[in-house]
Design a protein around this ligand. Structure first.
Ligand SMILES: Nc1nc2c(c(=O)[nH]1)N=C([C@H](O)[C@H](O)COP(=O)(O)OP(=O)(O)OP(=O)(O)O)CN2
Ligand SMILES: [Zn+2]
Length: 134
């Protein structure tokens, strides 16, 4: 089994509505996502797939939905104020945790046909969430 990993970097604002501590406040992160693709065999170029193809697939999703966006639970009471001020945001059915964001990226890449092994989202220098499916 071969596994390759490509890292992409992006930023977002969010808050965790039900968090008992500081993460209930509006704040932001500059994050790293590590995307691993697996294959039993290599292609005619000796690759699982080109790192650039992984980057392009991740970045098109990230740029459209996550990068420099404000990620909120759909029931967050700040949403009416953002709408009134024409501010960009993304309302999610789940809380915008590293777990949920890594799952979103994973599911999108699977849908695009990439044989994703796992997506790891480093939300801070010391904390990450990993999503994979068996
Ligand atoms: N399981 C999760 N726990 C937390 C998440 C998360 O997405 N999944 N998110 C947060 C906050 O949004 C933020 O990421 C803060 O993380 P934390 O590591 O607690 O923050 P610090 O960098 O301040 O950590 P210190 O090590 O205390 O400096 C919280 N929890
Ligand atoms: Zn946070």
């Amino acid at each position: 089994m071969h596994i390759i990993t490509k890292e992409v970097y992006f930023c977002y604002g969010h808050r965790l509505m039900n968090h008992p501590g500081k993460c209930r406040n509006l704040h932001g992160h500059s994050v790293k996502a590590s995307i691993s693709i697996q294959s039993d065999q290599l292609n005619g170029q000796g690759m699982v797939c080109d790192f650039a193809d992984v980057r392009d697939a991740v970045e098109s999703f990230v740029d459209q939905h996550l990068d420099h966006n404000f990620l909120l639970h759909k029931d967050d009471p700040i949403i009416p104020a953002l709408l009134a001020n024409n501010e960009r945001f993304l309302a999610l059915d789940e809380h915008p945790t590293a777990e949920v964001l890594s799952k979103m990226i994973y599911r999108h890449l699977k849908q695009e046909g990439l044989n994703v092994d796992q997506v790891v989202l480093w939300e801070t220098a010391s904390a990450y969430a990993c999503y994979r499916e068996d």
